[in-house]
Design a protein around this ligand. Structure first.
Ligand code: NAP
Length: 423
């Protein structure tokens, strides 16, 4: 019987047939969603043999919704995500014109989805601008509600800017040029701690080796520096037996999770020169923005980068492709469905259906490793076979039984190169 996912004392409680709302999305949304759904259903069926299935529940937003009923983001859609906790969405057209807020931002703010989850890893065969893309396997936790996302800004020469600049001069003695736009960068203890808590908990649950706090505390002590300090506090007070700091262990954490911190600009160098040293990353909003796109480019996979926005306290989560609606390709069955497929794999992992998530990633790795790819990767990869969106999904599904057979023998769903030859 289809049932709701609920939040219990120990975390999400997921029935065998959870109702999962989805928004197909605009532009290429229907193409990639059709392909992705086929992959999700096949993976769940292969791993749980009919014992589990997803009861998909369609809701509307964006241009599709506007054309149906004149509303960009119907109340009913938000209420459905609120009620069923975990959902997934395709890309949405950002409405042009005054007075309409970005739909993605509205969904995140209404459900207080404070952690933006951006896993980044390389898939064998994808061209990368770096020499060691195989060493990149990181999961970024980017704070999603504060810092520049607080959206507190006043325009240069506006009445508000004049008042704010005057107030700051009078009360704080801060001299700001009168022709300045001014923005605020709030970073709170509650906001920082819940983000770092989620990152450490993720590292504990999935056996990760380290959590790196990325900040710009050398310049901004009371915002970025405080984020760093609060991060260490969470580790010390809430995860004393699972974590250890660099100072305590000299970089030899044993079986504990190493908690370390790196200044943001140095981190952008470090992920290029020493990617193997980094695993889970917890960071403020703007740093996270730069870092997640830079890392996605490093593994050559901007079109494959998955994303999720999560509130680990209430359980609410919306997973999504990180690219847009690419309207010129709409309906052509041409684009890469990888981003929404991997977002769905992360959704399944969040729901505790780890086997199905691993199977999806292994089949994607196997197909790309065989150089069977959509146009975007085909134009970068020599000797590849270009396939349509639907054919790419079908290729993933076709690889699943052999990965499952291999998993039964080896205990791992990772697709090693030597079995790809038999696929
Ligand atoms: P975009 O839709 O991401 O497309 C830009 C280019 O990226 C495409 O022309 C294509 O490159 C490539 N691309 C995007 N998705 C791809 C896929 N799945 N497979 C292969 N290639 C892909 O960005 P945009 O044109 O700036 O934005 C279009 C609309 O999407 C806007 O309304 C924007 O606001 C919205 N948007 C929504 C979200 C969201 O809902 N999360 C995110 C970003 C943008 P080539 O032309 O080189 O083939």
């Amino acid at each position: 019987m289809p049932d709701r996912i609920t939040m219990g004392e120990a975390g999400l409680e997921v029935p065998d047939e959870p109702i999962v709302p989805f928004i197909e999305g605009d532009g290429i949304g229907p193409d990639i969603w059709r392909a992705a759904r086929q992959v999700f259903d096949a993976a769940v069926e292969h791993v749980y043999g009919g014992g589990r299935r997803i009861a998909w529940h369609e809701v509307y937003a964006g241009e599709t919704s506007f054309k149906r009923n004149g509303e960009w983001l119907p109340e009913e859609t938000i209420e459905t995500f609120q009620e069923y906790l975990v959902g997934i969405k395709g890309p949405l057209t950002t409405p042009v014109g005054g007075g309409i807020r970005s739909l993605n931002v509205t969904i995140r703010q209404t459900l207080d989805l404070y952690a933006c989850l951006r896993p980044v890893r390389w898939y064998r065969g994808i061209p990368s601008p770096i020499r060691t893309p195989h060493l990149v396997d990181m999961v970024i936790f980017r704070e999603n509600t504060e810092d520049v996302y607080a959206g507190m800004e006043v325009e240069e020469a506006s009445e508000e800017a004049g008042r704010l600049i005057g107030f700051l001069a009078e009360e704080f003695g801060w001299k700001i040029r009168p022709d300045s736009g001014v923005g605020l960068k709030p970073i709170s203890e509650v906001g920082s701690k819940r983000l770092v808590r989620a990152a450490i908990q993720y590292a504990v649950t999935f056996g990760r080796r380290s959590v790196t706090l990325v900040h710009k505390g050398n310049i901004m002590k009371y915002t970025e520096g405080a984020f760093r300090n609060w991060g260490y506090e969470v580790a010390r007070e809430e995860f004393p037996s699972e974590t250890i700091t660099w100072d305590e262990c000299g970089g030899e954490p044993g079986d504990k999770i190493l908690i370390q911190d790196v200044i943001a600009d140095a981190m952008l160098q470090q992920v290029l020169t020493r990617p193997a040293n980094y695993d889970v990353i917890a960071t403020t909003n703007l740093n996270g923005d730069y870092l997640s796109d830079a890392l996605a480019a490093q593994v050559g996979g901007i079109g494959l980068a998955p994303g999720g926005n999560i509130n680990y306290a209430t359980g609410h989560a919306v997973f999504e492709a990180t690219h847009g609606t690419a309207p010129k390709y709409a309906g052509l069955d041409k684009v890469n469905p990888g981003s929404v497929i991997l977002s769905g794999a992360n959704m399944l992992r969040y729901m505790g259906w780890r086997g199905a998530a691993d199977l999806i990633e292994a089949s994607l790795e196997a197909v790309i490793g065989d150089r069977v790819v959509t146009y975007d990767l085909a134009r970068l990869m020599k000797y590849s076979t270009e396939v349509r969106t639907s054919e790419f999904a079908a290729a993933l599904v076709e690889r699943m039984p052999i990965i499952e057979r291999y998993a039964a023998m080896s205990g791992t769903r990772r697709a090693p190169s030597h079995i790809r030859a038999y696929m």
